[in-house]
Design a protein around this ligand. Structure first.
Ligand SMILES: [Zn+2]
Length: 326
């Protein structure tokens, strides 16, 4: 056997990419406070004891030792210190359904996540990366056939190779957006809700119950439960003028405190329950998305998303108890 053919033999057995892409990727995540762990090429499972690294960042040399070989996949620990959360859609169709729904109906933040958030093509589906400000248990979303990987979850990341041979490939070089309010995550990717799933997803059900225990009170989708036209009237004091087919839209003076609006610059969409101020210098103006009631309240009161959500939720619960809201 000649030396040349022996070299080819080795090259075939160990397909190498230029440099150390897996190590580079591992360090990229590590520097963002997200722990990368080496996983098997064939089973996707971690090949180290990883639980101790959920709440403690390993030192960099250890990470380099884990990934100095290219013969491992890279798994990112979700939840824990990095608070990474990955929406793992089983199929591209389900991902597209979710994206279209989210861009149409959800908050400005989720519209951004759906459009510009960092995403990865997997074997058959898509991963959408976010970070949370709260500890998020993992759960199953039946509506979009997705696993939401939070505490204790591991997301296989590029440039890993799926056991089928497919590469995990970034769909874009988008940002990882931070979600401050847990309820917003649950609205965007609703958890399984039927008891009939107890058998099929026994382990996940426990997580749902522990997640439910994190809330203080019943589930309320503030964005749809509170008609934005009533909210604007409450704050602005005047009834918006209806226009458009089926009187879908409303027009009124802007309710942002700093906007001295002599014209009626604020447009309301009563179907999507969103609004937009046409004055480009106004904080309630957006070129890309109309704002929902949580977005608006957050900006008007200069509070964070979570507080705005919780305050509006109280407002909705109070008004419902008085029979004021449908
Ligand atoms: Zn305005």
């Amino acid at each position: 056997m000649s030396v040349v053919s022996a070299d080819i033999q080795i090259a075939r057995e160990t397909p190498r990419r230029a440099g150390h892409p897996t190590l580079d990727a591992a360090l990229h995540w590590y520097k963002q406070g997200i722990v990368p762990v080496p996983c098997s090429l064939t089973t996707k499972r971690p090949i180290i004891e990883w639980k101790e690294w959920q709440y403690e960042l390993p030192d960099m040399h250890r990470v380099m030792r884990w990934f100095i070989t290219n013969q491992v996949n890279i798994g990112l620990l979700c939840g824990g210190i990095g608070k990474l959360c990955v929406l793992d859609f089983d199929s591209r169709i389900q991902y597209i359904n979710w994206r279209d729904d989210t861009m149409l109906l959800s908050s400005a933040l989720w519209g951004q996540i759906a459009e510009n958030g960092y995403k990865v093509i997997t074997g058959r589906g898509v991963h959408v990366y976010i970070k949370t400000k709260f500890a998020q248990p993992s759960y199953r979303c039946d509506k979009y056939k997705a696993d939401v990987k939070g505490e204790g979850g591991i997301a296989i990341a590029p440039p890993s190779v799926h056991p089928s041979g497919a590469m995990y490939t970034p769909l874009n070089d988008g940002d990882i957006y931070v979600v401050a309010c847990q309820q917003e995550l649950l609205d965007a990717v609703p958890p399984v809700s039927s008891m009939s799933h107890r058998g099929r997803h026994a382990g996940i059900w426990d997580d749902i119950e522990s997640m439910a225990a994190c809330y203080n009170g019943p589930y309320v989708d503030v964005r749809s439960a509170l008609p934005i036209v009533d909210f604007v009237q409450d704050i602005g004091g005047e009834r918006p003028i209806k226009y458009g087919r089926d009187k879908r839209f409303g027009l009124t003076r802007c309710i942002y405190p700093g906007h001295k609006d002599s014209h009626a610059s604020m447009r309301i969409d009563t179907v999507r329950n969103t609004l937009n101020c046409s004055s480009t210098s106004c904080p309630l103006h957006s070129d890309s998305y109309w704002l929902n009631v949580v977005d608006v309240y957050k900006l008007i009161c200069d509070m964070d998303e979570y507080d705005a959500y919780m305050e509006l939720r109280q407002y909705v619960l109070f008004n419902k108890s008085k029979g004021r809201l449908g």
